[in-house]
Ligand binder design. Structure first.
Ligand code: BT5
Length: 263
C-alpha cells in the first residue's frame, strides 16, 4: 500500500451541495491526493482540502508556498470535454475566486491570464488544472486552488513577497475559511453547470470582464523568447493574443504574463 493511500482525512463534510470536502492536516499536494482518489474512482465533486502542503506545486513543477492559514484545495471533476478544453476549468475557477472575494469581503480582485487572481497587482490565488486522459478522452480533471487567506506575508521569502498578498493583509483581519470555501464552491458550481450546458463563450466574457491586464502593456516569458507588447484579447481556446511592439499579433497558448506597470 502506498503512503498516500494510508492518508486519512481528519474530517469530511458536504460544505456545498454536490461537493464532499475531505479535510486533511498535512499532505504533499492536494492535487496529488485528489488525482490518486480520482484514479481509484472518486466521483465528481470530491474536494481535497489541506491545512498545509509539503510539496505544493505550481505550473511546470514550480514550488507553491503553502503554510498553515492558507486554503489549499483540489476538486475532482469528470467533465465531458476534449483535452484542450480542460483549461476552461482554470478560467471558471479563477472567476469563482474573484467573485467570491468581491462578494464576501468587498475586495476588488482581478483575474490574470492564465491562472491567477490578483489584488492591487499582487497574487492572492493561483490555480493548477491537471487532466488525466486516455485515448484522447478526459477521464477526470483535478483543479487545484491555492488561496493565501490567513497567511502572514513573512511566510514568503523576500524574492516573492513583493508580488504576493494575502486576505489577512488586505483586510487587516483573518477570514473564516469554511464560509470562504462554501461560497467559492457554490459559485464554482454555478459556472461549472453553465460550462456543461455549453455557455463557455459567456463564461469567458465574464472572466474577461474581471481582468485588469487587457489592453495594457505586458511582457510574456516562458515562450522561448520574452515577448513585449499589448495584451489584446483571450481567444476561444484560452490563448493570449498579444500585439508585439513590431505590430505583429502573436497567439500564445501558455506563458507567464506580467503587467509592465502596476495597476
Ligand atoms: C500557480 O502556478 O499559480 C498554481 C498554484 C496552484 C496551487 C494549488 S494549492 C492546491 C493545489 N495543490 C497543489 O500542489 N497546487 C494547487 P504558477 O503560475 O506556476 O505560479 C507559481 C509561482 O508563484 C512560484 O514560482 C512563485 O513565484 C509564486 N508563488 C509560490 N507560492 C505562492 C503563494 N502561496 N502565493 C502567491 N504566489 C506564490
Amino acid at each position: 500500500m502506498s503512503r498516500k493511500s494510508r492518508l486519512r482525512p481528519i474530517e469530511t463534510s458536504p460544505l456545498a451541495q454536490g461537493y464532499e470536502v475531505y479535510h486533511y492536516d498535512t499532505v504533499s499536494s492536494t492535487n496529488d491526493v485528489a488525482k490518486e482518489l480520482a484514479k481509484r474512482g472518486a466521483k465528481e465533486g470530491i474536494v481535497v482540502l489541506a491545512d498545509e502542503q509539503t510539496r505544493g506545486r505550481g505550473r511546470l513543477n514550480r514550488h507553491w508556498i503553502s503554510p498553515k492559514g492558507g486554503i489549499w484545495l483540489s476538486i475532482v471533476l469528470r467533465p465531458q470535454i476534449s483535452p484542450p478544453e480542460a483549461s476552461r476549468i482554470t478560467f471558471i475557477a479563477s472567476s469563482a475566486v474573484a467573485e467570491t472575494l468581491r462578494q464576501l469581503y468587498a475586495l476588488d480582485p482581478a483575474v490574470k491570464w492564465p491562472n491567477d487572481v490578483l489584488i492591487a497587482g499582487r497574487k492572492v490565488c493561483g490555480m493548477l488544472t491537471e487532466a488525466s486522459t486516455r485515448a484522447d478522452i478526459v477521464q477526470f480533471v483535478v483543479v487545484g486552488l491555492g488561496i493565501n487567506a490567513n497567511v502572514d506575508l513573512q511566510a514568503f521569502p523576500s524574492g516573492v513577497r513583493r508580488d504576493v498578498t494575502t486576505l489577512k493583509r488586505e483586510l487587516g483581519h483573518a477570514v473564516e475559511p469554511r464560509t470562504l470555501i462554501k461560497t467559492l464552491l457554490q459559485d464554482f458550481d454555478y459556472r461549472y453547470a453553465r460550462l456543461k450546458e455549453g455557455a463557455w463563450l459567456a463564461l469567458l466574457r465574464e472572466w474577461k470582464s474581471q481582468a485588469a491586464f487587457l489592453h495594457e502593456p505586458v511582457s510574456v516569458a516562458g515562450t522561448g523568447e520574452n515577448l513585449l507588447g499589448e495584451a489584446v484579447d483571450i481567444d476561444e481556446d484560452g490563448a493570449l493574443l498579444i500585439r508585439l511592439e513590431t505590430g505583429v499579433l502573436k497567439r500564445v497558448l501558455a506563458g507567464d504574463l506580467k503587467l509592465r506597470k502596476r495597476i
